[in-house]
Design a protein around this ligand. Structure first.
Ligand code: PMM
Length: 267
């Protein structure tokens, strides 16, 4: 069954929850709440990836995430670390993290593949075409699904050549990263093409701008949780490994519906 990865941004500037969980006690408390609501994994990030966000010094990023990761893993929570830095990935591994979630797929930091290799953690390789800027200059495709698929495949080849165990890899088409709303919908429509690469797939649609476009203008960001939950259900139906979401309760319910539908029973 599809897993739920709950988002914990320990940042001052993430687009939907920046500044809310910067204080470690509040961050841990929120993460435990997400687990109680049904999250299987908590994705702890210390650097915002939103367009125009400033890069964070890796030492500052580590100071934000490591104490939170340690406290969560001590309580038995499965943690992924959302980072593009190999040094942060290593520190997170020491603090008990199980998964490295790298939105750059190993392209931002040449030290990341070695960190993956040496820590032996699972590794989420997201489709990435460079740092986001407001102009979104990389959001140009002739065949979106084919290009995302082949660029992910090239990342996999590179990682395998460096000795990374294929059993550790998880792929993510990177909704909203160098992709406009049409590109995102094309990727979702072609999700099974991405799955033919033969790796588990993670989808991160939660609260993204292309979902806001379905709502009345000026609707609050939390209103995007309903369309996010629908995407969680459809992604589960398409066989994805996990969905990365801010609101766990609505996605838990959506996935329970899928399970009952598939089983023809709710027990
Ligand atoms: N999106 C964001 C951050 N990290 N990681 C993966 N694997 N996939 C995503 O789609 C993804 C991610 C941006 O969302 P946030 O600012 O709400 O965390």
């Amino acid at each position: 069954m599809t897993l739920i990865m709950g988002v914990l941004n320990v940042t001052p500037d993430s687009f939907s929850d920046g500044g809310l969980w910067l204080e470690p006690d509040a961050a841990v408390e929120h993460a435990l709440e997400l687990v109680a609501q049904g999250a299987d994994i908590i994705d702890v990030g210390g650097e915002s990836t939103r367009p125009g966000a400033h890069r964070v010094d890796p030492a500052e990023e580590r100071a934000r995430v490591v104490p939170v990761i340690r406290r969560l893993t001590e309580q038995g929570v499965t943690v992924s670390v959302d980072t593009m830095n190999g040094s942060t990935a290593r520190a997170a591994a020491d603090a008990g993290a199980a998964i490295i979630n790298d939105v750059s797929g190993g392209l931002a930091d040449p030290g990341m593949p070695d960190a993956v290799l040496e820590t032996g953690l699972q590794y989420v390789v997201m489709h990435w075409r460079g740092q986001l800027d407001s102009a979104d200059s990389h959001a140009v495709y002739t065949d979106t699904v084919a290009e995302v698929r082949s660029e992910l495949s090239a990342r996999v080849t590179d990682l395998l050549e460096r000795g990374v165990d294929p059993a550790k890899l998880i792929l993510d088409p990177g909704l909203g990263f160098s992709k406009n709303a049409s590109h995102n919908w094309q990727v979702l429509a072609g999700l099974r093409e991405v799955e033919t690469l033969g790796f588990p797939v993670l989808i991160g649609a939660s609260r993204k701008r292309f979902l806001g476009a379905l709502l009345p203008e000026g609707a609050p960001v939390a209103d995007r949780d309903a369309p996010t939950a629908v995407i969680s259900a459809l992604a589960a139906q398409a066989g994805v490994w996990a969905v990365r979401v801010h609101d766990v309760t609505s996605t838990r319910l959506a996935l329970d519906v899928v399970r009952a539908w598939q089983a023809g029973s709710d027990d």
